[in-house]
Design a protein around this ligand. Structure first.
Ligand code: ZN
Length: 292
């Protein structure tokens, strides 16, 4: 009886603690999913948990109808949120939803493009301008240049070729290219990530683009022998867009390099600032760190 009572008291206080945490979380995030050639059903709950673990966000999810079904009723209320995270790659949204996301970001909203969401909407020019760089979906030189890191700066490369690609899964490290940006401030200059897809050949309008971190993709591991942009931002109207190309599946989302850059990028997209400290388990250059 005593044990049971103790359990009830502990359970009740836990509920209160969780409720208090949620009430204190000042920022509202919306994850959009529902179609994606990647396993969005597996990754969205992990992304949600990572954001909630920061203590900064409450998170809702807007799931579209499945591929091939009528999309006309898919109208998330973007304006209610501080940041919208796209885990979506699929059919184009209805016209008013497309207009709503553009208006939301132009008006000062935050947008985060996670991993394969960069492949969405290849033939929607305003979207491509908003996300800066994308891949796949038939993207090529008509969609804009590659953004290469050369001699300490971004060099736009208009040569013809595919948009988007990667070699086999491999461990790699990211090099910080803008150590003064709120997202990267305080991170070590090079930090290791787990085995993952190293996205390359991304291309797009690349306007108002800031490259925060790159990874070198060697030819012998299926890359372009270039320093590929992996973390970058775009200024679009009054809004802030952040892309994180990491994180193929939940296994890769355990990497502290992903967790921390995603949390910081979402806070920056929401507010323009980052209040989170760099955690003690953040990796250095040689060895990735995972959280289970
Ligand atoms: Zn992937």
């Amino acid at each position: 009886m005593l044990n049971r009572r103790l359990f009830i008291v502990l359970a009740a206080s836990h509920v209160l603690a969780v409720a208090a945490l949620a009430a204190d979380a000042p920022l509202k995030a919306l994850i959009v999913d529902g179609q994606n050639a990647h396993d969005w059903q597996a990754t969205t709950p992990v992304l949600k948990e990572i954001l909630e673990d920061s203590g900064l966000f409450t998170v809702d999810v807007a799931t579209s109808p499945p591929r091939g079904e009528d999309m006309s009723g898919f109208k998330p209320d973007f304006a209610k949120y501080d940041v919208v995270v796209s885990n979506y790659q699929g059919a184009e949204w209805p016209e008013d939803t497309k207009q709503a996301i553009l208006d939301y970001v132009r008006g000062g909203g935050g947008l985060v493009i996670y991993h394969f969401a960069c492949a969405a909407f290849p033939n929607w020019p305003e979207w491509n301008e908003m996300i800066g760089l994308g891949g796949w979906g038939g993207r090529n030189e008509k969609h804009g240049p590659y953004a290469r890191w050369k001699d300490g700066k971004v060099v736009l490369d208009h040569s013809p070729g595919r948009g988007g690609g990667h070699g086999p899964m491999q461990e790699f490290a990211l090099d910080v290219r803008d150590p003064d940006h709120p997202i990267t401030k305080g991170l070590p200059p090079r930090f290791a990530h787990v085995e993952d897809e190293l996205y390359g050949w991304l291309r797009g309008p690349a306007k108002n683009l800031t490259v925060l971190a790159t990874a070198f993709a060697p030819k012998e591991k299926g890359g372009a022998d270039e320093h590929e942009p992996i973390l970058f931002t775009v200024r679009y109207g009054k809004g802030r867009v952040f892309q994180n190309a990491l994180g193929h599946l939940p296994e890769q989302l355990k990497s502290v390099a992903f967790i921390v850059t995603f949390q910081r990028g979402c806070e920056w997209a929401a507010t323009g600032k980052v209040t989170q400290e760099v955690p003690d388990d953040f990796p250095g250059p040689d060895k990735p760190v995972v959280r289970d």
